[in-house]
Design a protein around this ligand. Structure first.
Ligand code: ZN
Ligand code: ZN
Length: 376
């Protein structure tokens, strides 16, 4: 029987390559030959034990591949109704909801907050057959609970692998649009100014999203030259290189200088360090929007003087992943803008499944923008 290699996280900082039997595909299910699985910002946190997971797991939740085998009852359409068949290249939305909890029943537009949500590569143990519920593997076993999106063939696989991180960025930007009166200064929209704190993959993609949504001026903040140079190709107009400033106040002052002394209409925090949250509040114009996207794990605390929030009368909004519909929005934006932004160049590092652990370690290196594991 043919074996399938997978990178299994068995404990804190313990990853090993295991071989599982290539599964028999049930009528309801399908088998995906993995092309790429992106290393998410979350993956080093999982690896280092900062998010609880039910060891052992096959890690990896941002994956795409070729449908090798489809059971007779597996859905024949992708999440927007395009027909799919064996041999098609698809991106997998690796998270799914229970459909039954309080949130799923009464707040379906926030199904990202499902009380029993599952994610391939994070919440599903690999102990029992068919084992393959994560993307750092040669194959992934698909059940009808996951949604698929089929891209046209003329988009590179290095681009479509960004559907998940772009969806996270777009979730933040779309929440910033509320209440949807940009002409009255209420909510993000055409000609607004944006500051993005932190130019990792999601920060860079947030710039592309904001530009596509009509931002007038996008200011990116980071201290790593390689990221800064990359961000300029994705809509960032001005840069604040924090390695060139001595104090927090100097950085804030520069942000204010670049926004005519007012602060930006929208600030998106993607650095994931508490001091960025404190600085970002003071970079937001009075009556503006502040989106907190960077702190998906506990990075510590910072003291805030609440009067700065009152005085500035800003809206602070937290973001936790994205509702399923955002995946479609993200995929369609990639299709729309594939010739406008050099998406595939964000994939700076590639590793084989056998080196998945190296991929996770590479992702913590600031010179790496996006690392992917190839399913071979
Ligand atoms: Zn992710
Ligand atoms: Zn639910």
């Amino acid at each position: 029987m043919k074996k399938v290699k997978a990178a299994v996280l068995t404990g804190v900082k313990k990853m090993e390559i295991r071989e599982f039997p290539k599964p028999e595909v049930k009528a309801e299910d399908a088998l995906l030959k993995v092309l790429f699985c992106g290393v998410c910002g979350t993956d080093p946190h999982l690896y280092e034990g900062r998010l609880p997971v039910p060891y052992p797991i096959v890690q990896g939740h941002e994956f795409c591949g070729i449908i090798e085998e489809m059971g007779a009852k597996f859905p024949k359409k992708d999440m927007v109704g395009k027909p799919i068949k064996e041999g098609d290249r698809v991106v997998v939305l690796a998270a799914y909801n229970c459909g039954e909890c309080y949130v799923c029943k009464y707040y379906p537009q926030r199904n990202n907050l499902c009380e029993n949500g599952q994610v391939y590569g994070i919440t599903i143990q690999c102990t029992n057959p068919p084992h393959l519920f994560g993307g750092f593997a040669e194959y992934v076993y698909l059940t009808p609970k996951v949604e698929l999106y089929k891209f046209p063939d003329d988009i590179e696989t290095e681009t479509i692998i960004l559907t998940d991180p772009l969806a996270v960025a777009l979730r933040g930007l779309e929440l910033a649009c509320q209440p949807g009166l940009p002409w009255a200064g209420e909510g993000f929209g055409l000609t607004k100014t944006v500051i993005i704190q932190g130019l990792g993959t999601i920060g860079i993609l947030a710039a592309a999203g904001a530009k596509t949504m009509g931002a007038r001026k996008i200011i990116g903040i980071d201290g790593v030259e390689k990221r800064i140079n990359m961000a300029k190709k994705f809509g960032v107009d001005e840069v604040i290189d924090i390695s060139k400033f001595n104090s927090s106040q100097d950085i804030i002052n520069e942000a204010l200088r670049l926004t005519d002394g007012m602060g930006a209409d929208l600030v998106v925090e993607l650095a994931g360090v508490p001091v960025a949250f404190k600085q970002g509040i003071e970079m937001t114009r009075r009556g503006g929007k502040f989106i907190e996207l960077g702190h998906f794990t506990n990075a510590g605390e910072i003291s805030i003087n609440p009067s700065t929030i009152c005085f500035r009368e800003i809206d602070i909004t937290g973001v936790w992943a994205y509702p399923l519909s955002e995946f479609v929005t993200s995929a369609r934006m990639l299709e729309m803008t594939k010739d406008k932004f050099p998406y595939s160049t964000l994939v700076t590092h590639k590793f084989d499944v056998l080196d998945a652990e190296k991929a996770i370690l590479a992702a913590t290196d600031k010179t790496c923008i996006k690392a992917v594991v190839e399913g071979k």
